[in-house]
Design a protein around this ligand. Structure first.
Ligand SMILES: [Zn+2]
Ligand SMILES: [Zn+2]
Length: 286
């Protein structure tokens, strides 16, 4: 059995192993040294956020049983995609694929902030009133489906090795849980680490109610795209303790903390125009 076959056969245990392992580490870290006090009880947050994650996993499995890995395997079989036309040495192909897929995720993230209909879906991620490890996996089901379709398209165009897709998904999942943690690193360590991976203090800025702050630090994994494309922001103006997490006007717990409210959230509110820098209130805070 070669490495590809092994990964194809064990994709689910590999993925779940990393998910539960890193989740447990982050959850323990949040108990020992939380960065901010939660405004909604952990039981409500975790029950509902993880309920949404469970629902999404179930629906994804039903809709796309072969998932991204299956798509990469078919692309390889059919000879689709750049890297199947122009093969690179194994490790180089993996590194190039992981970086390219991360860039697509960055662009997708900017797009879901810019396009009004997509912002409606993505605001479920942002409406969380607190910021912890479960925020990192909290996305509306329709956004999860959209992400999967974009991933399929990326794979067909790129033709990444199957193992690169698994590595990418495991890394993205791990870093998303890490940088949504209600934790922080010593300032010096954060500064250095920020050149290689998005840190909790870096991504927390993106969850600010202030729209210029929410429209920065779009990276989920590699921090370079924000620096390259001018969307990088060092710290929140009000500081990590003083900043408000969430979205203006969507502050009721039934709407943003309980699963039925979260699922309905894209469909409420008036249809508005261009979503970026959508300031509709006066003053600097609520
Ligand atoms: Zn966002
Ligand atoms: Zn986030």
């Amino acid at each position: 059995m070669n490495l590809n076959d092994f990964i194809m056969a064990n994709e689910v245990p590999i993925r779940l192993g990393f998910f539960f392992g890193i989740f447990a580490v982050m959850a323990a870290w949040e108990v020992v040294a939380p960065k901010r006090a939660l405004t909604v009880s952990k039981a409500v947050r975790w029950g509902n956020n993880l309920g949404l994650v469970f629902l999404n996993s179930l629906i994804l499995r039903l809709l796309f049983p072969a998932a991204a890995v299956g798509m990469a395997a078919s692309a390889a079989e059919q000879g689709w995609g750049l890297l199947n036309y122009y093969p690179l040495p194994g490790v180089v192909a993996i590194v190039v694929s992981v970086i390219a897929m991360d860039f697509v995720i960055y662009l997708q993230h900017v797009m879901v902030h810019a396009v009004p209909a997509l912002w409606r879906l993505h605001r479920v991620h942002h409406a969380d009133l607190d910021y912890d490890v479960t925020t990192g996996a909290r996305f509306h089901t329709l956004e999860i489906i959209l992400s999967m379709l974009i991933k399929f398209a990326t794979i067909v165009v790129l033709g990444p090795p199957v193992v690169a897709v698994v590595i990418f998904e495991v890394i993205l999942n791990a870093t998303a849980m890490f940088n949504h943690g209600n934790v922080s690193l010593p300032r010096g360590l954060d500064r250095v680490l920020r050149w290689f991976v998005v840190t909790p203090d870096m991504h927390r800025v993106h969850h600010s109610v202030e729209d210029d702050e929410a429209n920065s630090n779009f990276g989920f994994n590699l921090p370079w795209w924000d620096r390259l494309f001018g969307t990088y922001r060092d710290q929140p103006r009000a500081g990590h303790q003083g900043m408000t997490i969430g979205i203006h006007k969507y502050r009721s717990t039934e709407q943003v903390s309980w699963l039925p409210g979260m699922l309905a959230l894209p469909f409420v509110g008036e249809v508005t125009g261009y979503a970026i820098n959508r300031r509709e209130w006066s003053g600097s805070n609520e």
